[in-house]
Structure formats: C-alpha cells, structure tokens
Design a binder for this molecule. Sequence first.
Ligand code: PMP
Length: 440
Amino acid sequence: TTSRPRSEALYKEALEHIVGGVNSPSRSFKAVGGGAPVFMKRGQGAYFWDEDGNRYIDYLAAYGPIILGHAHPHVTAAICRAAENGTLYGTPTELEIEFARMLKASTPSLDKVRFVNSGTEAVMTTIRVARAYTGRNKIVKFAGCYHGHSDLVLVAAGSGPSTLGIPDSAGIPTSIAHEVITVPYNDLAALDEALARWGNDVAAVMVEPIVGNFGMVMPKPGFLEGLCAAARRNGSLVIYDEVITAFRFHYGTTQTFDGLPSGTDFAAIEPDLTALGKIIGGGLPIGAYGGRKDIMAQVAPLGPAYQAGTMAGNPASISAGIACLQALQEPGTYARLDQLGAALEAGMSEAARKHGIALTINRIRGALSTHFCDHPVTNYDEAQDTDGEQFAQFFRLMLEQGINLAPSKYEAWFMTTAHTDDDIAFTLQAAERAFSQMAR
Ligand code: PMP
C-alpha cells in the first residue's frame, strides 16, 4: 500500500495557484471519488516514480502518446539534438518535409499536411476547411467521441436522434451547438435520418474510425463503409479523427489497418480529411491535419481558410515525432504490443470471472478498456451504462498496488514497448487482489 503525503501537500499547494490544481480536468480524481491526484516526479520506460518515491507501472501513457515508454533513448536524443540547435524558428525547416513525407507514406489519403500543436487544433481546423470547401456549416459527430475542446465538437446529443446538439460546456453559444448534429456511434440508421433532415447543410461527418474515448470500440462491419457512402451521396466530407488511433495498432492510421478480425475493410474507404496528434509527437506537443489536395488548397496561404501557429512545426516536436516513428518501425513492435495486451486481457478476464465480477474488456492490439458491466460496449450509451463506482474502487485498489491507470472508466489502458512480461504478471496479481477485495 502506498502512502503519498507529498502528493497530498503538493495538491493543496497546486489548488492555490492552478485552477482545480490540474492543467487538464481529466487529471483530477473527481470521477473516481476525489482527493489528491498523484504527483509524478520521474518517468522511465514503463514506470513512474511519484514525489513520495513510490513506483508505478504506467498504463496511462499520458493518454496515449507514450507508446515507446517514458524517456525512450532514441526520442530523448532527438529532442536534445533539436534543443541544441534552437527549439523554435518561425521559419520553414527541412525536418518538416521529412516528417510530412513519413506521414504521407503511412497514409495515402494525405496528399498535403499541415502541422499544428495539438489534436484540438487539428480537428478544429479540419472543420473550418470542410466548411470552406463545401460552403456548408453543420457537422455530424457521434455521441461519446471526443475531438478536443473547441466549441463545435464539445457538443452533446440533443434529446432525440434527430435533434440539434446542446452545449457540453458553459461558454458555448447555443447557436454554435445548433450547427452540430450528434448521433449514436455504430448506428447508420440514425446517421441516415440526420442527413435526410439536415443533409444540405452538412459540411462534414466527423468520426473516430476506431473509438478511443468511451473505451476502445470497433466500428461494426459496414458502419464506416456506410458512413462514408452516405456522406458522399450527401456531398459532405468525411473527417477521420485519428488523434488516438494513428500509429496505435500498426505503423500507420486505421486507413491502412488490416483491422482483423473486425470485418471492417478499412483500406476500402478513405476520408477526405484526417486529424492526427498524440503518438506522432513522440511525447512533445503536436497535431497535424491533412487530406485531399484540392480540399487542402483551401488553407492559407493558398486559399481563403485561415490557420496559423507560432509554435507549429517547431523543430523539437518534429524531431521527437520523427524519432518516435522511426523507433516504431522496428520489426515486431506491434506484434509485441498485441501480445502484451492479449496477456493482460486474458488474465484479467479470468480473474474477474473467478471472483464473480462482471467485466467487459474491449481490446484492439495494445490498447484495451475495462467496463464493469455484463453487456458488450459498442456505443456511448452502453459505455455509460457501466458501474462507475466499481471502476473507482478498482482504480484505487490498483493505484495502491503501484498500477497507474487513467482516473476515468472511459479511458483505455495503453501497452508500451517498454512493458515486460513481468510487468503484466505483476499487474495481473494486483488485479486479482483488487477483484477479490471488490467481491467482498
Ligand atoms: N481527438 C481525439 C480522438 C482525442 O482523443 C483527443 C485527446 N484525447 C483530441 C482529439 C484532442 O487532442 P489534444 O488533447 O492534443 O488537444
């Protein structure tokens, strides 16, 4: 059992100066019963050490980017080299070309790309570009998919399948929420209904092709194919938000993923625009968007859609991204992540069964999500309809045993190339003890 007096003290102090004590609300422990989050001091490989000297096996992976583990030597060296040559130029560099080539080689739909600083910016801009290109204003998104914190995508479903959105945050005008239509993921009939009603106004359908934001959820066979076909028929663009999925399951995006054994033919469908982030920055801030040449020609300085950034394409982020992608090209990387994920899934399922805990695990290679429920999770309603208190208890019991998870029942566990078989075995022992306690 860990004791964390320094985290407690630092949290008190942080609350005095930083709103809520955290620089992103997902880091607070609000969703798991409150209290001080753990203040980490150092990360190395699969491990974190907190301010009190406790060690944790980390499956948060910073919400996804840290797929190589913390402080991977190849990435660290690239960052140091970049820093020695100046971190920010405000001019073009050759590095940006090299990185753009790497992204394009991984994903044929990316004729042209632009680098930005976060997933939020990437998504926000794809919407502007889609609106500029189509001359339409509305977008369709899917309930429970998170696309960053910009106005248009921070909108929840209205009260029925064919109603306009309602703001998910204070400070978003209803008029903006009314430009968004939210339909259930994996539900083509609802999408058809929305397009039948508002189709002429819909600039784009925005989707996480594989969901990472209410657990890991695969598209049902035919869903993405049907979505793309419906959007095309309607003259709307298709935007893939691949901020979580890019380079997660294989070297590339979902657009080049074999997807087995899901039944979706990912390679047969192509979005018009794609948003990227997380892994492609190797742990430094980054985002990118790209797509078809004629659509991307809308962007300034070529076209009328404005998007800019003082920090965009900075040599440090680009160097870290190149190094990360280089390391991911090592043969066997994704098979290894898959193997780690499979071992964790099998062991946890078995332990949950043994202790009579209802647990649905969704896993796609090295990413998995744990849902305390006895039904499948294929959309946001099903993900919400799980036992949050049980998750909170599990989260705390795991933390006490040195396992760091995201403090939310919706977030995934991410395997990294730094995790070892021993780490998995240790984690499974901890899970076994947690389930045993929860069963009491
Ligand atoms: N899109 C998706 C699918 C995401 O998961 C996230 C972040 N979790 C974002 C966009 C926003 O990215 P960022 O936090 O870098 O702004």
